[in-house]
Design a protein around this ligand. Structure first.
Ligand code: HEC
Length: 125
């Protein structure tokens, strides 16, 4: 009987240790997810066949940027409403009917998911 009780406590202890390990593991995993969304957004923004934002905008560490559009800096201050930033990328012609910026969402040049990732990235600039 005493033996069974010991085994029970041993089992509970290892279960607690396992749960504790899982709990501490989940935090870095969540942080990595957030970072990778920003990284993917940067990749899509820089990709010449995707966002190609550098063709017109200076941004971050992008090389050989164009200057047709304004430099993408201090985006949080300029777009306190994240939805407005997304709307600008989705269809720039709403704010400026003569905009030469590609209405990425409207013409489906980028998927909704890709636009979300770009917004996350641009918001860090
Ligand atoms: C063909 C050139 C061109 C490309 C490519 C382009 N833009 Fe633009 N963008 C502009 C111009 C020009 C403006 C200035 C406002 C206007 O005329 O619509 C602008 C404005 C913006 C603004 C508003 C900036 C502000 O401070 O008001 C954001 C944000 C933006 N662009 C993001 C992007 C992102 C992100 C991409 C890539 C997915 C991109 N642009 C690709 C030309 C471009």
């Amino acid at each position: 009987m005493r033996h069974t009780a010991m085994n029970f406590f041993k089992a509970m202890f290892s279960l607690a240790a396992l749960l504790g390990a899982l709990a501490t593991m989940s935090f870095p995993a969540a942080a990595a997810d957030g970072a990778s969304m920003i990284e993917q957004g940067k990749a899509v923004a820089y990709d010449r066949k995707k966002g190609n934002c550098l063709a017109c905008h200076a941004m971050d560490d992008g090389t050989l940027p164009g200057n047709i559009g304004p430099p993408l800096i201090a985006m949080k201050a300029r777009f306190p409403d994240k939805a407005k930033l997304r709307a600008q990328i989705w269809d720039a012609t709403v704010a400026n009917p003569n905009s030469i910026m590609i209405p990425f969402g409207r013409v489906k040049a980028l998927s909704e998911e890709e636009i979300d990732m770009i917004v996350e990235y641009i918001y860090t600039l």
